[in-house]
Design a protein around this ligand. Structure first.
Ligand SMILES: [Zn+2]
Length: 368
């Protein structure tokens, strides 16, 4: 039975100008409601989750006899559609989970405007979710930590490498005692220590062909691609093909210099990763050719990265994975975006309005 309750983070405030403002802690979602006779404030006071809609209408009608059940229902519908209400009916979570994830609950109910959600629905969705991460180095390892801390149900880690000394400047999953160990082995030990309630598994494998990714994609709700071998573009394109075929939501993440980025894709809802790639290749084909400086073999070619850039890329990726799982409606999908350290704003890049007609992955059926 639906028992509407105002989200604590959206709690209303009564102003002297006769307006009641609700949602002021939810940026972009503040609403002012005229309340000349005090009935709005009285209605809001009844929305503490202890009453059904019928009980709320009865109580309001007792104090303001002019208000019908129908009008009360309509007022509740408006508040619900605007995302200010949650359903306070009971939900199956242990006391342990309620305490452990209480701050997460506050976050999700503040930002999630889906009408009628119960306040623990986001956590339940995370608990039911299966995530695969390919590449658990800097960004992938950071994302793995955050997803395990957030209480995803199952996390499967894929990586073929061993922990090397040069990893320790940014790959926060590993400690000095892990040097020489397979990354998957060290990661599983660390992740299980972080949250023993998450089912963590791993496999030590090189991704050498798209078929491996297809097998991984079909077994999860969201796949996070954080590997860069054989090349960033190629393995992301393989992931795109695998996830397009299996209709699996996916995220990629990476960092280069001060730039930390994510790409977020929900196959079948717009342009895919290969659309953007094909469009970019086309753009380059029509501008004058560029010749890249080719350093000699003696040049070092290390990836420019710090612990901060890796952690930020991983955090953006974990956030995107969680939003795909929970279904927060305003997550931008089918595009890439990110942050540049030191810049005051994030950036949006590589975004197409429509699928690219000649896309090798989704172009044949005319939609992405
Ligand atoms: Zn495409």
């Amino acid at each position: 039975m639906w028992r509407p309750r105002i989200k604590f983070e959206h709690r209303p405030v009564q102003h002297h100008d006769g307006l009641v403002r609700i949602g002021s802690n939810s940026p972009g979602n503040t609403q002012g409601i005229p309340d000349p006779d005090g009935s709005v404030w009285a209605l809001l006071a009844l929305l503490d989750g202890s009453r059904t809609v019928g009980q709320i209408a009865d109580e309001l009608a007792y104090r303001f006899p002019a208000y019908t059940h129908d009008e009360v229902s309509k007022a509740l519908d408006k508040l619900n559609t605007a995302g200010h209400l949650e359903d306070a009916s009971e939900i199956e979570l242990t006391d342990y989970e309620r305490e452990r994830y209480s701050r997460s609950r506050a976050f999700w109910r503040a930002v999630d405007r889906t009408p009628g959600r119960r306040s623990w629905d986001a956590q339940l969705r995370l608990r039911q979710a299966r995530v695969v991460i390919v590449g658990i180095g800097g960004a992938g390892g950071a994302a793995a930590r955050l997803l395990v801390m957030s209480g995803v149900g199952q996390l499967h880690c894929v990586d073929a490498d061993v922990v090397e000394l040069s990893n320790l400047n940014r790959q926060g999953l590993f400690i000095e005692q892990d040097l020489g160990k397979p990354k998957v082995e060290a990661a599983l030990e660390r992740l299980r220590q972080l949250n023993s309630h998450v089912e963590v598994s791993g496999s030590r494998e090189h991704i050498k062909r798209p078929g491996q990714l297809r097998a991984l994609a079909v077994a999860c709700d969201v796949l996070l691609m954080a590997a860069d071998q054989p090349s960033t573009g190629e393995i992301r394109s393989w992931t795109n093909q695998a996830c397009y075929a299996t209709k699996t939501a996916w995220v990629h993440t990476g960092y280069a210099g001060p730039r930390a980025s994510v790409g977020v894709f929900r196959p079948g809802t717009g342009p895919c990763y290969d659309c953007v790639r094909a469009a970019e290749q086309h753009r380059r084909s029509v501008v004058s050719p560029r010749i890249a400086w080719a350093p000699g073999e003696s040049m070092t070619r290390e990836h420019a990265a710090t612990a901060a850039t890796a952690a930020i890329a991983g955090a953006l990726a974990a956030d995107a994975v969680e939003r795909l799982i929970i279904g927060v409606p305003y997550l931008p999908v089918n595009q890439e975006y990110g942050l540049i350290l030191g810049a005051s704003r994030g950036y949006e890049a590589l975004r197409l309005e429509q699928p690219w007609p000649d896309c090798p992955t989704c172009g044949h059926d005319g939609h992405g």
